[in-house]
Design a protein around this ligand. Structure first.
Ligand SMILES: Cc1ncc(COP(=O)(O)O)c(C=O)c1O
Length: 380
């Protein structure tokens, strides 16, 4: 089967968040994390079938979905899960907020590493918790957890660690030892780990994803894993995600906290999720190849052709975390926006001086964005 990711699909005028931000302006949007590709054909067909039925009552997960999910977890990550552990959700962001509220009391601490996906920074204060941030450190030209600093930030009021694996925005796929150190420290100190693994099927460096909870039964009992088909199969607008919570007590608290507030996924989301996980693998394999080539292109242009910009190798995700600090720009995001490229602002991630570039797009779009960045820096 062949897939053509080079096709440019017009997204202007489609109520796209990503493209709508720059309506009427000549700016290539490379910010929010969705891709400019059509979803896999089996997903589109499943949605058509659902629409053609014409009745849109309340929906539950398709009967087949649990088995598909369980088999997939076993095959892809060697992780055996029980169907009773799955909690369906309309998204990961609501789940991050539920986790913050589900454990401890108002004023207790929630820890996270920085730079961080902005909802990791917003969820604790929105939940009346105190955010404690631990900057990632750089070792051997890559970002990693600063476990000593994490240990220093832990207080008797620390309840939850929000962890991102693979890591948006720095693009790290963590080695089991890195994850184990963070997870074991949390276990020792009675801190629940919320492991956001939304990017787990977008590993570009040929390694396997390791779910944090799969590291040991003890870690599993202390971990809430969040996953979704949304990033991988480019269906984030369909709002279907799930948590895997092996520990009964944690699961009950999570469910109680979300009760009556967080909705279940809708019929379209479930249909897309089943089709993506059951029939989307050939598409995903081709996508990974395409993203890998895009990643190599971004890496080469940023590091070799634009003096003053640098980035690490992206091991996972379709997001490049670009260091602009050598250019001393007062507002890097604005600078590139004025040059016709819409990037995410590092400041929003607590990473000032950085911008995040989404390379989940046809190569021609990517080349145009990179060319504009190159010309803008050359004009400085
Ligand atoms: C780490 C991470 N978590 C969660 C989300 C969004 O999750 P959702 O759309 O399911 O709320 C994103 C989107 O970029 C993300 O990168």
């Amino acid at each position: 089967m062949s897939f053509d990711f080079d096709i440019i699909i017009e997204r202007r005028g489609t109520d796209s968040l990503k493209w709508g931000r720059y309506r009427g302006r000549d700016i290539v949007p490379m910010w929010v994390a969705d891709m400019d590709f059509r979803a896999p054909e089996p997903v589109i067909e499943a949605l058509h079938r659902r629409v053609d039925h014409g009745v849109f009552g309340y929906a539950g997960p398709p009967a087949e979905l649990k088995d598909v999910l369980i088999t997939r977890m076993a095959q892809m990550y060697g992780w055996t899960i029980d169907p009773a552990w799955i909690v369906w959700l309309p998204g990961l962001v609501p789940a991050l907020n539920v986790v913050c509220r589900a454990f401890g009391d108002e004023g207790d601490d929630v820890l996270t590493f920085t730079p961080a996906y902005p909802p990791f920074l917003a969820a604790p204060p929105l939940s009346h918790r105190t955010l404690k941030t631990v900057p990632l450190i750089r070792e051997n030209e890559r970002f990693t957890f600063d476990i000593e600093r994490l240990e220093r930030e832990i207080s008797p009021r620390s309840r939850v660690l929000l962890l991102c694996s693979p890591y948006n925005p720095v693009g790290r796929r963590f080695d089991p030892d890195e994850l184990r150190r963070a997870a074991e420290l949390c276990l020792e100190r009675n801190i629940v780990v919320c492991s956001d693994e939304i990017h787990c099927d977008l590993i570009l460096d040929g390694h396997d994803h390791i779910p944090t909870a799969s590291l040991s039964p003890e870690i599993a009992a202390n971990t809430i894993t969040l996953m979704a088909p949304s990033k991988t199969f480019n269906v984030p607008g369909l709002n279907c995600a799930f948590a895997v919570i092996p520990n009964d007590e944690l699961r009950h608290r999570f469910k109680r906290t979300r009760e009556g507030i967080v909705p279940f996924p809708n019929a379209m989301g479930y249909a897309a999720c089943l089709a993506a996980y059951r029939d989307g693998e050939p598409w995903r394999a081709a996508l990974i190849e395409y993203l890998r080539a895009n990643k190599d292109l971004v890496h080469r242009v940023i590091n070799d052709e634009i003096p003053g910009l640098t980035m690490d190798d992206v091991q996972a995700t379709y997001l490049a975390w670009i260091d602009t600090r050598a250019l001393n720009l007062p507002n890097p995001m604005r600078f590139f926006e004025e040059a016709g490229v819409g990037l995410s602002n590092g400041k929003d991630f607590q990473g000032p001086g950085y911008v995040r570039l989404n390379f989940g797009c046809p190569r021609q779009t990517l080349l145009e964005g990179l060319e504009r960045m190159k010309s803008a820096v050359a004009r400085l």
